[in-house]
Design a protein around this ligand. Structure first.
Ligand SMILES: *Cc1c(COP(=O)(O)O)cnc(C)c1O
Length: 326
């Protein structure tokens, strides 16, 4: 498969480890791919996507990265960290209020030197692209060449980060002597899922790729992922040619909504922390693994022995609301 070039910032390959107590409890082999350990300031899944997206940006002469996200966005923080490493600027369009508590990712954005524009939830949903384009214009007048990275770096080029991750998994399977029947990833903007799915499908692998959505619903993400697969085709020059219903999204675990936690979710995360020495985040991995465990308990993974969960990171996402439920 033809792969675009990328930068090299992440600590790769990330290791795969087995969750011993959880595996015993569920009578499956549950493995974790530690994409939370791609780095520290740059940690999590976004850096894999940004390595491709920012390579494209630099090739276009960019000296300012412009992107967007929620106020605690892992993607925004990773983008700003890379911009600082490269000695270029970063401009973030964040959904929320200027007086938001200075903690977690927002704190890191600030200390890493991001310029921030705050917009409301409504503006974010409707106009974020136009707002980023206006910022690019403004920067252009000051002699800068801005490059817009969409939410989560989930576009065609960004998704190559997870095509590459799938290649990495294939090598690790051989080393470990395991073949993962199911690979599960949280879905927030769909780029990670799209990359894993694309490679898995094109290589005729037998694994099933499952996404657990942490906002919106399955229908929304199936549409979005179909669009991403098509964008990937534009780079590879191939044609994936699948139907929407081949995309497996496990819906029903959004809970109270994006970045909002329930007591059940927090209890699940806390229990896992105490039995495995592993701290998931409340926004993505906590919800998604909770969903995976519930589905296994319901018998919905009866054909899977060896299951790989992608730990996409998010440790800086512990907000006051989630902590209070603990
Ligand atoms: C963004 C994010 C996700 C979702 O990945 P997408 O590629 O946007 O679907 C999952 N986990 C964490 C920690 C994230 O920051």
């Amino acid at each position: 498969m033809k792969m675009p070039e990328k930068l090299n910032f992440a600590n790769l390959p990330t290791k795969i480890e087995k969750l011993e107590r959880l595996s015993d409890k569920l009578n499956k082999n549950i493995y974790l791919k530690r994409d939370d350990q791609t780095g520290s300031e740059i940690s999590g899944n976004k850096i894999r996507k940004l390595e491709y997206a920012i390579k494209e940006a630099l090739d276009n002469g960019c000296d300012y990265l412009i992107t967007c996200g929620g106020l605690g966005s892992n993607h925004a923080r990773a983008t700003t960290a890379i911009a600082a490493k490269l000695g270029i600027g970063s401009y973030l369009v964040l959904r929320g209020e200027e007086d938001a508590e200075l903690e977690g990712n927002l704190f890191l954005d600030k200390i890493l030197g991001a310029k921030i524009k705050w917009i409301s939830k409504e503006e974010y949903a409707k106009n974020r692209t136009e707002i980023m384009e206006a910022i690019r214009e403004e920067l252009y007048k000051k002699g800068h060449n801005g490059y817009i990275i969409p939410e989560g770096a989930s576009n065609g080029i960004g998704s190559f980060g997870y095509i590459n991750a799938m290649k990495e998994i294939e090598v690790q399977e051989k080393e470990m002597g395991v073949y993962f029947d199911s690979i599960i990833v949280p879905v927030g903007s769909g780029g990670s899922y799209a990359g894993l799915f694309y490679r898995n499908h094109m290589e005729d692998r037998k694994s099933k790729i499952y996404g657990v959505n942490v906002s919106s619903d399955a229908e929304h993400f199936k549409e979005a992922i179909m669009g991403l697969l098509e964008q990937i085709d534009n780079y590879t020059g191939e044609k994936i040619g699948i139907e929407k219903d081949q995309i497996n999204i496990i819906d029903g675990y959004v809970g109270k909504g994006y970045a909002l936690s329930t007591k059940e979710e927090i209890d699940f995360i806390s229990n896992l922390a105490r039995t495995e020495g592993l701290v998931l985040d409340p926004v993505y991995t906590g919800k998604a693994m909770y969903g995976m465990v519930e589905e296994i308990k319901k018998g919905n993974f009866s054909n899977s022995e060896d299951i790989l969960f992608i730990h996409t990171g998010g440790i800086f996402g512990w907000n006051r609301f989630a902590r209070e439920l603990l």
